[in-house]
Write a protein that binds this ligand. Structure first.
Ligand code: FRU
Length: 494
């Protein structure tokens, strides 16, 4: 390993960011979500609590607001909401990762922070990323900021295996072993999720395949596999959750409409075989949500976040010198066969001001009402569709977003109106029940938590008018228990 070369490349990236971050156009930049100070980010990596704080790393190209040879950016936090940007953690420097330090995860061991990631090497000169060799590699840090590469620890058994990436590591207290899962395309061109174990993080044995190809998925990117904390009083083992980003699955009805889909299922795991108890279910039903990664918190929660963008859908921030952000961290729970996501409770600390909203203020008839012009907003309300006769009702953000209950399709529809990106996602809802929405709006993104997180919808938008209105078209709608908050902007100037 040429550690000196790695340190020089990191120093070059850090210096470039320092020199250029002032050029970022912040007119769409997130106020309370994490984005890079300069350049491009995609998947969250290495999400963990280690050496006394939370760490999040991310796929990062520091030199431009486009995907390029992947580095790992890094930020730390004590509350999952206020993040401090750290120095770049990994840069492509060795032959095995020369075209990118791809996605991976992190774990604390013996007072050190280990990263396990995919080294990506393109095998053709033309730079076709699909003709490549991928391996799992290790890096380590004693101070939680500066990383030294330790080399390749898992290689494919055949040179024709190309997709072989995105290791997610955990330690099982019961067997004392480290476990890792990652995605691969096998020699039959089918996607699978492999499971390996190790006693020292360096030597790994293939134990099982925890998921085989389903619905034509030729690759499962960024798998995550974890046990939820026990929910019953007897402390019985919790459910296992397999979350993944399958490639190649076609749309079905209102679902799987994104070019790449993020799904999960719950079940049981005997150390070898994962037995699902539910079908794959889309983790988020908006436009911009991919490559989830989760971690356990010191107080026993399971928290997940994702890249708040989507391959092959518009990224319109390119001229602004930044592109990509991570979602709010979300607490995961399981109830009656279903997985729920709620914004982490720490997100409530972002509220700076509550607007007074009377019941009269939030019953609208064929009209709209601007409730805030703040670009960092939380808004929540309840509606019972069958009590309302309006054709459409919900919230509007400038000329970019309409999030509405739609009488004709009986769906909650998230419609992005921006030209070049005009598109909607729809979630069918029971029309005779009360529904509750909690919505976070952050300058160019909207995250919607529906019915206590039974479903979520996350999308970006591109217009610069941030006024948020309640509206009802062709009839009356009651928005019950409406709450509107201004939020703090910790990440805007960070
Ligand atoms: C998913 C992904 C991963 C890969 C990384 C490269 O978004 O394609 O499979 O490791 O991005 O940046």
């Amino acid at each position: 390993m040429d550690q000196q070369r790695h340190q020089e490349l990191l120093a070059k990236a850090n210096a470039f960011i320092e020199e250029h971050y002032n050029e970022v156009d912040k007119s769409s930049y997130p106020h309370f979500h994490l984005a890079a100070r300069y350049g491009w980010i995609n998947d969250p990596n290495g999400f963990c609590y280690a050496l006394g704080k939370y760490h999040i790393f991310y796929q990062f190209y520091p030199y431009d607001a486009k995907w390029g040879p992947m580095h790992w950016g890094h930020a730390t936090s004590t509350d999952l909401i206020h993040w401090k940007h750290e120095e770049v953690a990994l840069a492509p420097s060795e032959d095995y990762d020369r075209d990118g330090c791809f996605s991976g995860s992190a774990i604390e061991h013996d007072g050190k922070l280990y990263l396990i990631y995919t080294g990506h090497k393109v095998l053709v000169e033309a730079g076709d990323n699909s003709i490549c060799r991928e391996v799992q590699a290790l890096a380590v840090s004693t101070d939680g900021v500066h990383f030294e590469k330790l080399g390749v620890v898992i290689e494919p058994e055949d040179e024709n295996i190309r997709n072989f990436r995105d290791p997610k590591v955990w330690r099982d207290d019961a067997d004392g072993l480290f476990h890792v899962v990652f995605g691969a395309t096998n020699l039959q061109h089918a996607g699978e999720i492999r499971h390996y174990t190790s006693s020292d993080l360096f030597h790994w044995n293939l134990i099982s395949v925890v998921k085989e190809m389903e619905d034509n998925a030729f690759m499962y990117e960024c798998p995550d596999f974890f046990e939820l904390p026990a929910t019953d009083a007897e402390g019985k083992a919790g459910k296992w959750v397999l979350a993944t980003s399958p490639m190649g699955q076609a749309p079905v009805g209102y679902t799987r409409q994104n070019p790449s889909v993020n799904s999960w299922q719950s079940g049981s795991f005997d150390g070898k075989v994962f037995t699902p108890e539910s079908n794959l279910y889309e983790v988020d039903r908006g436009h911009d949500f991919y490559a989830t990664q989760s971690t356990a918190t010191p107080d026993g929660r399971r928290v997940l976040l994702a890249w708040m963008n989507m391959w092959k859908l518009p990224f319109l921030n390119y001229p602004d010198h930044w592109c990509g952000a991570l979602t709010l961290p979300r607490e995961i729970s399981y109830k009656d066969g279903h997985l729920y996501q709620k914004p982490v409770r720490e997100a409530a600390s972002l509220r700076t001001k509550e607007y007074a909203m009377s019941a009269a203020d939030s019953t609208l008839k064929s009209t709209f009402k601007v409730v805030t012009t703040n670009a960092a907003t939380e808004i929540s309300f309840k509606v019972t569709p069958q009590e309302n006769d309006a054709e459409q009702y919900g919230i509007a953000i400038g000329n970019s977003i309409r999030l509405f209950f739609d009488r004709q399709t009986k769906t909650l529809t998230l419609f992005r109106l921006d030209l070049n990106a005009t598109s909607y996602r729809a979630l069918p809802l029971a029309w005779d029940q009360e529904h509750e929405l909690q919505i976070f709006i952050d300058n160019s993104s909207i995250e919607v938590f529906i019915d206590g997180g039974h479903d979520t919808m996350t999308s970006n938008f591109f217009g610069k008018d941030h006024s948020v209105s309640l509206y009802a078209t062709n009839g009356q709608a009651a928005f019950k228990e409406t709450r509107v908050y201004d939020l703090e902007r910790p990440m805007f100037g960070a």
